[in-house]
Design a protein around this ligand. Structure first.
Ligand code: GTP
Length: 302
């Protein structure tokens, strides 16, 4: 063994942007794994999920922030905004994600936090595959590029993978010298219990169309392995109203069955073992407006 120690580099990258611009999709694409849940509905992300990638001598820790938005009326929104803005300050690099040629007040708010952070920021203009009129793209890119001194402005597509490798190269190149934060084989710091809850929540959102708001939450009441290595998981689904409970369960329990089946398949893939999943739906009145109740469910500002 040589005694010349190789210098390693490592850092934190916040994926910042308003809801629904494709931050979670981008994180999954960067990591080539499904770490963060995605959906067509805004505000799918409620937690700061870490995705970790180590490549030779460099480790990048991604923080998937909840979407920033101007409307802070509900307690849940206030907590999410706080979580998102505090993570911007603790990182080495910001990755600012916007949606094609759409720019609104929420993007402006995210940019405000970015400017305050004084950190190098890469702008990724996502969903370029969606921009039909390519003629407006260049002037729009020039316009948003002029709003801040970005280190890079990269147009691309998280979904199709366009320019994601280039983005990754740029991110890796910006990492400061330092020891790794996590062991080399880690892809997330989240527990299996947490990932199980996120997977189940994603399936509920997917299968309930627009009928279920983002206020649905999932608690994993039991997560145990038996002697054969099978995971026994109990998921409690909390909704705000009775009507929502009926929607999640569906006609003769059909919808919940499909939700459970899809969730189980994803869990088996992620945990690499057989999974027995049981689910319950319960009504928890008005919790989305009560900050204390939110904290007890784990929506804190860590
Ligand atoms: N056409 C297209 N759609 C995309 C792209 N990236 C993401 N999407 C879609 O945009 C929607 C939102 O993606 P998410 O990754 O959940 O967005 P997010 O920014 O994490 O959303 P929040 O969790 O609400 O903050 C999903 O339907 C994605 O499939 C892209 O490059 N092209």
């Amino acid at each position: 063994m040589s005694d010349t120690k190789k210098t390693s580099r490592s850092g934190y990258v916040a994926i910042v942007g308003r809801p629904n611009v494709g931050k979670s999709t981008l994180l999954n694409r960067l990591l080539k794994q499904k770490i963060s849940i995605t959906s067509k509905k805004p505000q799918t992300t409620r937690h700061r999920i870490l995705g970790i990638e180590t490549d030779n001598d460099t480790q990048v820790v991604y923080v998937d922030t909840p979407g920033l938005h101007v409307d802070e009326a509900r307690a849940i929104n206030r907590l999410m905004n706080r979580a998102a803005s505090s993570s911007i300050k603790e990182v080495d690099v910001n990755l600012f994600v916007v949606d094609g040629t759409l720019w609104n007040d929420d993007d402006e708010l995210a940019l405000k936090y970015i400017k305050q952070s004084n950190l190098p920021t890469i702008l990724f203009v996502n969903k370029i595959d969606n921009v039909k009129n390519k003629e407006i793209l260049l002037p729009h890119l020039q316009l948003i590029a002029s709003k801040h001194d970005f280190v890079e402005v990269i147009p691309g597509s998280a979904e199709k993978g366009d320019n994601v490798e280039l983005l990754k190269e740029k991110i890796f190149g910006l990492m400061p010298q330092g020891d790794f934060f996590f062991p080399e084989d880690y892809v997330t710091d989240r527990s299996q219990r947490f990932m199980a809850a996120e997977i189940l929540r994603e399936k509920i959102m997917r299968h309930s169309g627009n009928e279920i708001p983002y206020s649905v939450t999932v608690e994993i009441e039991k997560f145990e392995y038996d002697e054969k290595g099978t995971a026994h998981i109990h998921g409690l689904i909390l909704v705000e109203r009775k009507g929502q409970k009926a929607i999640v369960i569906g006609n003769k329990g059909e919808r919940l069955k499909v939700i459970g089946r899809d969730a189980r398949q994803d869990m088996e893939r992620l945990f690499d073992c057989k999974v027995f999943l049981q689910t319950w739906v319960k009504v928890k009145d008005g919790w989305a407006d009560d900050e204390r109740a939110l904290r007890s469910l784990g929506y804190d500002e860590q």
